[in-house]
Design a protein around this ligand. Structure first.
Ligand code: CMP
Length: 136
């Protein structure tokens, strides 16, 4: 039985700025993800605050929102069987230093903040995050 699932992926400002969007999109395609929807946007800080509201009590919340709204990002709806878990595996650990060989964050990430990509961490958050960017 097919268990195709959707997840939200963001190519963050550090990667867009270094012209890595196409390379990173190819990583997803090579690993069997279908890029179902895609757009390039630049968020206002207030929008980044809304997107990351789940982290609002964290000490890094303000910097995180400043950063996500600091430049253009590419947001995508990715599809694959078990897309949420598969995308998290492909991205690697949040901190690029701890990410495994071959993962996107290991290859392209600069720091825990500038870690090149975001991916939904649960099916509930995937729905909320997809709806945030692609509300019809
Ligand atoms: P992301 O998957 O986009 O979700 C929240 C982001 O917060 C995370 O990636 C990191 O880039 C950023 N962040 C900054 N500091 C930390 C930290 N100490 N722990 C976890 N995430 C952090």
């Amino acid at each position: 039985m097919s268990n195709s699932e959707q997840t939200l992926s963001i190519i963050k400002p550090d990667a867009v700025e270094r012209n890595l969007s196409e390379e990173i999109k190819n990583e997803f395609k090579k690993n069997g993800f279908n890029i179902f929807k895609e757009k390039k946007v630049k968020l206002e800080k207030s929008e980044a605050e809304k997107f990351y509201q789940i982290h609002q009590s964290k000490p890094f919340y303000n910097d995180l929102c400043e950063y996500l709204s600091s430049g253009p990002i590419v947001v995508m709806v990715l599809e694959k069987e078990n897309a949420i878990v598969e995308n998290r595996k492909l991205m690697g650990a949040t901190d690029p230093i701890k990410a495994e060989e071959g993962t996107i964050r290991k290859k392209y990430g600069i720091s825990i903040d500038k870690n090149s990509v975001h991916g939904s961490d649960s099916s509930e958050n995937a729905k909320t995050e997809i709806n945030f960017f692609f509300k019809e």
